[in-house]
Design a protein around this ligand. Sequence first.
Ligand SMILES: [Zn+2]
Length: 122
Amino acid sequence: MAKTYSNKINKIRSFALALIFVGFIIMYGGIFFKESPIVMLIFISLGMLALMFSMVVYFLIGMLSTKAVVVNCPNCEKPTKILGRVDMCMYCREPLTLDPNLEGKEFDENYNKKSSTTQNKA
Ligand SMILES: [Zn+2]
């Protein structure tokens, strides 16, 4: 359990969600500077910027999702999206690859670890 991998789309999505929270927190911080409208304005515009950036990230996720390949996970049999050549299942974090050449390479160690743990579960 030293390394935890997650699905790329899920990872980007949680990053965008975190940005929204950060944006709101920054804007909320502006309330404490009611006396100086300029500082408050800076806080609010920074918060807006974070919110806009998160929207851009969400837009990118949408773009990436169209490129992602939907496959049925061999482990949990749910449809999941693969981004890039190697990715994880969104639900059970089973390592999945689209490139058969990669199966024995880059992902070798993790694949062995994960498959042994999932075998124990099942
Ligand atoms: Zn799965």
